[in-house]
Design a protein. Structure first.
Length: 291
């Protein structure tokens, strides 16, 4: 009987070790990231002789890499192509590092990705034009980088998106009308870019939106009349732009805001009747904390 249990234990250990292995393709993608971002100088390094499931920040389920969390781990250098090999990835957190270069185009080819955190790095170049292919994405944060170009219209195809924060970059052009398709969106941060033109009225469809930060851009025209449909809005920051009128905010007189930041009074509209549970008139920076 003792011999039986010994054999059984060995079998279970061998089976467990075998199950901990991931595909060669996924391991290759992880090694490419390690080498491209100077893995030997990370704060918490990978022991490449150990199973992938034991590597810091890597979560494996059923032999598949489902999460990669390297938050604040001193990653330096560009992201490599081939990251799409991690096709089962649900969470990718590379925030608060020193990642440089442009985002690889195949980053958008992660069909199961729900969370993508890239904030507080040194990324440059454009957002991938095919970013709308991230059909499962619920959170996209890339603030405090050097991203340029326009916001791709395909971003409106990410129907499950709840958080979108692209603040403190060098984005320019108009806010795409397609943002109005993100009906699940709760937070939209476009603070401190070089966005111009009028705010699209289609954004009035964002009825779950709680936080809208458009401050420190070059937006102009009127505030869309459709904004009276934003019934969930609690934080609204529009200061330091070039708006010509605020008259369409009449409905806000009956609202109670946590934060409403603006930069003056329109001759045709008096904000004094707006109710605040808290008031804050200063520019807002976004910060991240480790989950």
């Amino acid at each position: 009987m003792k011999k039986y249990y010994t054999v059984l234990t060995l079998f279970l250990l061998i089976s467990s070790f075998t199950m901990a292995k991931v595909s060669k393709s996924e391991k290759k993608a992880l090694l490419a990231l390690y080498n491209s971002t100077n893995g030997t100088h990370w704060k918490k390094k990978w022991d490449l002789n150990r199973p992938v499931s034991e590597w810091y920040g890597v979560k494996v389920e059923d032999d598949k890499v489902v999460e990669l969390n390297l938050f604040n781990n001193n990653l330096m250098g560009p992201l490599p192509t081939g990251i799409s090999r991690l096709e089962n990835l649900r969470v990718l957190n590379l925030a608060f590092n020193l990642i440089t270069g442009e985002l690889p185009q195949d980053l958008a080819q992660l069909p199961n990705l729900k969370v993508l955190k890239l904030e507080m790095n040194r990324l440059k170049g454009k957002l991938p034009g095919n970013i709308g292919e991230l059909s499962s994405l619920e959170e996209l944060t890339a603030f405090n980088n050097f991203l340029s170009g326009s916001i791709p219209s395909s971003i409106g195809d990410i129907k499950k998106l709840k958080v979108l924060n692209l603040s403190s970059n060098a984005l320019k052009g108009n806010i795409p009308e397609s943002l109005g398709q993100l009906t699940q969106l709760e937070t939209l941060g476009l603070f401190e870019n070089s966005l111009e033109g009028a705010i699209p009225g289609e954004m009035g469809s964002l009825r779950n939106l709680k936080e809208l930060v458009l401050a420190n851009n070059s937006l102009n025209g009127e505030i869309p009349k459709e904004f009276d449909q934003l019934a969930s809005l609690e934080i609204f920051q529009i200061q330091n732009n070039k708006f010509t009128s605020f008259k369409n905010l009449e409905a806000l007189k009956k609202r109670e805001f946590l934060v409403f930041d603006h930069d003056g009074f329109d001759k045709e509209y008096d904000f004094k009747e707006i109710k605040f549970s808290k008031t804050r008139m200063a520019d807002t920076k976004f910060e991240d904390v480790e989950n």
